[in-house]
Each structure stands twice: as structure tokens, then as C-alpha cells.
Design a binder for this molecule. Structure first.
Ligand SMILES: [Zn+2]
Length: 435
């Protein structure tokens, strides 16, 4: 790799930051007997992890390579991201890591360089791969030793593209401890001015500051028609506005963007574009259910995924149908589309699931609603938003009691404040994890 391409790469990565880690597994501490024994003969502290060697070998199954980090002790935890086809980034968390005398692998055209960065409580690792190598990476602890293994599995260019899309490269410089400088090779430090600029950009991205509220349906598309001809589009618009006003009042640093604020039709693709343009941190689509039987009631929270039950598939068909009636082209979300989406957004899907459970918990415990649970389904509107996204079926308009609740000011306030509390709690959790 040329010096010039490294600089270019660094500049490119400087403007990006990692938010996700695919693997963040806590592993058990090492065998205490071994540590005690070791400390008797060693002057170094018990807890020092020695990274002795990094090696690189073809996999015995012929499906790729394994990179092994030979270590004296198990790391406390680690994470792996792959922000580009040719870059893998790991972080090893351990109070004290000793890399003195570490042996690097013999580089070849597939593994071109490994760099270590000493951070405050961890080590950052960059592994540069050859551009011709199309692999998906995964890290795990070796069962037989204390080593960390990074498996590289051959894959198609398309799949690698989809996989890497979910990660933003980490710029280790932002967390470097300047006193330690670097243990190992690294390009020249950038100027303080650049660091400050980068830090500002990073800070902005790490705040939870934009929520997209998507009131379902609208205009020509009434959504479900409930008991006494109540239309879903009106009910969900007023719940959405209540939710928005709570956020504006109680979380003043969070911006609220609506996909619609009036009774108008916005197609599902446009809803996603609005969300993506606003760089939302969370997309919440608000709906109300309807069913042929008036005895069915309760609320459900969905996040995007392959539909796992027929019931979820039914809801999915109802909510997706508006797209096909209003759009020239038929947008059929196939299983394969969903799978590709899941691969690309797996970081978001985990987050979406977490938020979905927080909302469901609020509905059940605080709003006293009958919960029909958290489910996965393939909603086009969730597919379009590149951020954590959930769809809430607040209740059944076909059920007389629930229809009265959902159309009353009281009921709408209860529903909106339950969703609000979940968003607030999630924001607190999210920002705590960033620090
Ligand atoms: Zn709906």
C-alpha cells in the first residue's frame, strides 16, 4: 500500500465514526490459578495482557483466512467492525495490554498491514486487506486458548458491500492518549485544528437529537376504517402531534421531524427519504389496527425483519398495501430483499428491537394497554429509513372500547406519553453508552 493511499484513507475515515460494533462479547476472566501462579514469577501486574504475536493462515475449510491474536490472558471484551471491504477494525478492552516485542504477520497481498493504537482503556487495531479480497469478518474467542480469532469468509462483492455499509470507520486518533503516543507504527499525527474539527463532527453524530415521527396513511389513503367510520389517518395524526409536542417540551435538544403534519398522502418511499435527509436517530411510524372481528384489541410494536408469524405477515400486507395502490411500480419486498436489508442494517435492527421492547414495556406497565407483543415484520416504510425504526399499532379501531380510547384526548395522551417515555429512556441509555 502506498503512503499516498494511506493518507487518503485516513482523511476519508476522519470524517466518519463508528457507532456500531457487530461483536461485543464479554468473556470470562482467565483462570485465577494460572494468574496467581504467573504473578509469583513475574514482576508485571496480574492483569497485564501480553499480545505476543499476530498470525495469518488460510482456513482449514478453504473458505477464507483466520487472523489470530496470540495473547497471554483473555481480553475483558472486544468488538469488531468492518467499515470497508479492505478494512477491519477491532478494539480490545483490557486495563493493561503489553505489546512490547509483538511479532507481526508476514504480509502478503491479502493482509497488507496491521496497526495498533494504544487508547485509554483499550487497544484499537486496524487490519488493512487487499482490495481484491472480498471477505466478511467475524471475531470470537478461541475455545482452546486465550487468543482472539478473526475469521475472514470469502463472499461476493455485493454481500461485502451490504455488510460493510452498516459500519462507520473509527478514527482512533480521536481517542488516543497523547502521552502514550503510539506503541506501534502510525502515520504522522494530524494537526490540532483538524482534530478539533473532526471531534465536532463526531460529537454531533453521537448525540441522540433527531426523531422522525411518521403518522401512517393520510389524504386519499384513510388506513383502517374503524367502528363508527373512524379513520386511522386522523387518529394517528393527532397521537403523532401529541408525541411531538411532548418531545419538544421535555427534550428541547431533540428535533422533531414529521413525515406529514396535515391530512395528505405521502408515499412510503418519500417518508423514508424525509427521515434520511433529516439524519434521524429514530424513526417511529404510528398506526392503528383494524380487524374483521370487533373483539380483537391491544397494541403491538414492530421492528423490521423477516416476518416470523402469519399474524405479523397479515399486518404487513395491510400496511404495505397502500404503497402499491399509490405507486406506479409495484414494490414487492421479497424475502431476499429483507435478508439483504437485515444484513445491511443488523446494527439498526438490534437497536430497533431494543426500542420496540421499551415502548411495549411502557404500553403494558404504564399505559395499561393489552400488549400483543413485539414482532418482526417487513414494512416498506421501515425498510426505507436508514436508522433504527419501529412501527406501532396503537390499538384496534375495530374494537368499540379501544376506538373510544384512541379517539379521546385522554387516550391519545396516554399513548403518546408512553411512547415519549420510551424515547426519553432510550436517549439516556444511548448517550450514556457513547461516553
Ligand atoms: Zn396503518
Amino acid at each position: 500500500m502506498t503512503h499516498k493511499s494511506l493518507l487518503w484513507r485516513f482523511t476519508l475515515f476522519s470524517i466518519m465514526v463508528a457507532v456500531f460494533s457487530l461483536t461485543n462479547i464479554r468473556v470470562q476472566g482467565s483462570n485465577p490459578a494460572f494468574e496467581q501462579n504467573e504473578s509469583r514469577f513475574s514482576t508485571s501486574s496480574d492483569d497485564t495482557l501480553r499480545m505476543n504475536r499476530i498470525s495469518f493462515t488460510p482456513r482449514s475449510d478453504g473458505l477464507g483466512y483466520v487472523i489470530r491474536f496470540h495473547q497471554s490472558t483473555r481480553v475483558d471484551s472486544f468488538s469488531l467492525i468492518q467499515p470497508a471491504s479492505d478494512l477491519i477494525q477491532l478494539e480490545f478492552f483490557h486495563s493493561n495490554i503489553d505489546t512490547l516485542g509483538i511479532q507481526f504477520p508476514t504480509y502478503n497481498e491479502d493482509v497488507q498491514e496491521v496497526r495498533l493504537y494504544k487508547l485509554e482503556n483499550s487497544y484499537g487495531v486496524d487490519i488493512y486487506l487487499g482490495q481484491q479480497l472480498q471477505v466478511i469478518s467475524n471475531a470470537y474467542t478461541d475455545m482452546q486458548s486465550k487468543d482472539i480469532l478473526v475469521a475472514l469468509t470469502y463472499s461476493s462483492t455485493r454481500k461485502v458491500e451490504v455488510f460493510t455499509q452498516q459500519f462507520l470507520a473509527r478514527n482512533w486518533y480521536l481517542s488516543l492518549n497523547p502521552d502514550n503516543a503510539l506503541d506501534v507504527l502510525a502515520p504522522t499525527m494530524p494537526s490540532q485544528v483538524n482534530l478539533d474539527q473532526e471531534y465536532e463532527q463526531v460529537k454531533g453524530k453521537l448525540r441522540f437529537d433527531t426523531v422522525i415521527i411518521d403518522p401512517g396513511h393520510g389524504g386519499d389513503d384513510p388506513g383502517n376504517i374503524g367502528y363508527r367510520n373512524i379513520e386511522e389517518k386522523d387518529v394517528v395524526l393527532s397521537i403523532s402531534k401529541k408525541l411531538g409536542s411532548y418531545i419538544e417540551e421535555y427534550l428541547p435538544d431533540v428535533k422533531v421531524i414529521y413525515t406529514r403534519e396535515t391530512d395528505r398522502y405521502v408515499d412510503l418511499e418519500e417518508r423514508g427519504s424525509i427521515a434520511n435527509r433529516a439524519e434521524g436517530d429514530l424513526f417511529i411510524s404510528i398506526h392503528a389496527d383494524g380487524w374483521t372481528s370487533s373483539s380483537v384489541y391491544g397494541s403491538s410494536v414492530f421492528f423490521l425483519g423477516l416476518h416470523r408469524s402469519d399474524a405479523a405477515f397479515e399486518v404487513m400486507k395491510r400496511e404495505n398495501s397502500v404503497f402499491t395502490t399509490h405507486s406506479q411500480e409495484l414494490f414487492n419486498l421479497t424475502e431476499e430483499d429483507l435478508l439483504i436489508y437485515e444484513l445491511a442494517h443488523s446494527g439498526y435492527i438490534a437497536t430497533s428491537e431494543r426500542i420496540a421492547y421499551m415502548i411495549e414495556d411502557q404500553f403494558r406497565t404504564r399505559a395499561n394497554r393489552k400488549s400483543r407483543g413485539v414482532k418482526q415484520a417487513g414494512f416498506v416504510v421501515l425498510y426505507q429509513a436508514s436508522m433504527p425504526a419501529v412501527l406501532i399499532e396503537t390499538g384496534f379501531l375495530s374494537n368499540p372500547a379501544e376506538q373510544r380510547f384512541l379517539t379521546s384526548d385522554y387516550g391519545q395522551s396516554i399513548i403518546a406519553s408512553a411512547i415519549f417515555r420510551a424515547i426519553r429512556d432510550y436517549k439516556i441509555e444511548y448517550e450514556k453508552n457513547q461516553n
